[in-house]
Design a binder for this molecule. Structure first.
Ligand SMILES: Cc1ncc(C[n+]2csc(CCOP(=O)(O)OP(=O)(O)O)c2C)c(N)n1
Ligand SMILES: [Mg+2]
Length: 308
């Protein structure tokens, strides 16, 4: 989580330089959801991410140099500089694709789960998505099919209470989000999404069910994004949410939570933390230096991979 936080803070700090020209959707404040779920997976499992993809990519151990280069539109990027922040992928690590079409991760993960189910292997697929996606038909169609076929898939909803500027209460009836699962006979669990250990435990249960052929699970992870929907800044002054709400969620910082536990348990010292921050910072600096030095794609290749 510290790694994810430092990478995204570095992106935010440099974004105004205009070297990264892609939109960025930061997960600062939501790190425990990505880290908790991805750490419950095993080699061969597959993850599909969204427009808010950095934390998922890093939690799956995607290559940092390739991520930062991708955000700079460089040939050394994870997809050759053609996609930017919303299209990160590291298939060799299990992060098969990131899809900025809201809801797009869901049918893809359901599809790989169907394929794995037909093959009789014990792989698990994960679709990450936001609270807005529960309003889309594709979630319900996929949930229906996944339950019917007992597919090994986790539907992971990071509920940060907003779709851009619109709060949940203006978009959905007042009921727990996980209630949408009941009509489909879909198992569901609501978890404190800022508690990495709770997320890991719930994801572990869902993975176990999926691997055992018992079927899919909806995980609703309650969390909060600290910065604007898209971009590096804070935007509470716009008035779509209150400063008090934001501050209450800052108090529930996922990193602070885990950090306090590690100190309490004697598993982390101030020195070890400082040296971890120094190592990560150096690694991140090096990734930015390499990205800046890398070549842009040849314009003559612009139409490659566009037409089939
Ligand atoms: C099908 C579709 N509709 C609308 C958009 C524009 N859009 C991008 S992100 C977003 C909000 C999504 O909210 P949520 O799913 O809660 O994810 P969050 O951004 O909060 O992580 C919208 C409406 C889109 N990319 N795709
Ligand atoms: Mg949201």
């Amino acid at each position: 989580m510290l790694y994810v936080r430092l990478v995204e803070e570095a992106i935010a700090a440099r974004y105004a330089e205009q070297e990264m020209r892609c939109p960025v959707h930061l997960s600062i404040g939501q790190e425990a959801a990505a880290v908790g779920v991805c750490h419950a997976l095993s080699e061969g499992d597959r993850v599909f991410s969204t427009h808010r993809s950095h934390a998922h990519y890093l939690a799956m151990n995607g290559d940092l140099d390739a991520m930062i280069a991708e955000m700079h539109g460089k040939t050394t990027g994870c997809i050759g500089g053609r996609g930017g922040s919303m299209h990160l992928q590291a298939p060799e690590r299990g992060l098969i694709a990131s899809v900025p079409i809201v809801g797009g991760s869901i049918p893809l993960a359901t599809g790989t789960a169907l394929s794995d189910s037909l093959d009789g292997n014990r792989r698990v697929s994960v679709a990450f998505f936001g609270d807005a996606t529960l309003e889309e038909g594709v979630f319900h169609e996929s949930a229906n099919f996944a339950v019917l076929r007992s597919l090994p898939v986790l539907f992971v909803c990071e509920n940060n209470l907003y779709s851009v500027y619109t709060p949940l209460k203006e978009r959905q009836p007042a009921r727990p989000l996980a209630d949408v699962a009941h009509g489909h006979g879909l198992s569901a669990e609501t978890v404190d999404g800022n508690d990495a250990e709770a997320v890991l435990a719930a994801a572990g249960r869902a993975v176990e069910r999926a691997r055992a052929g018992t079927g899919p699970t909806l995980l609703v992870l309650d969390t909060y994004r600290w910065r604007e929907h898209c971009g590096p800044n804070f935007d509470n002054h716009l008035g779509y949410r209150t400063e008090a709400e934001y501050l209450a969620w800052r108090e529930k910082c996922p990193l602070e939570r885990s950090r306090a536990r590690l100190f309490d348990r004697g598993l982390l010292s101030a020195e070890a933390e400082q040296s971890m921050i120094a190592d990560l910072t150096a690694r991140i600096e090096a990734a930015f230096d390499a990205a800046r030095a890398a070549p842009l794609p040849d314009p003559a290749t612009a139409a490659l991979h566009v037409y089939a």
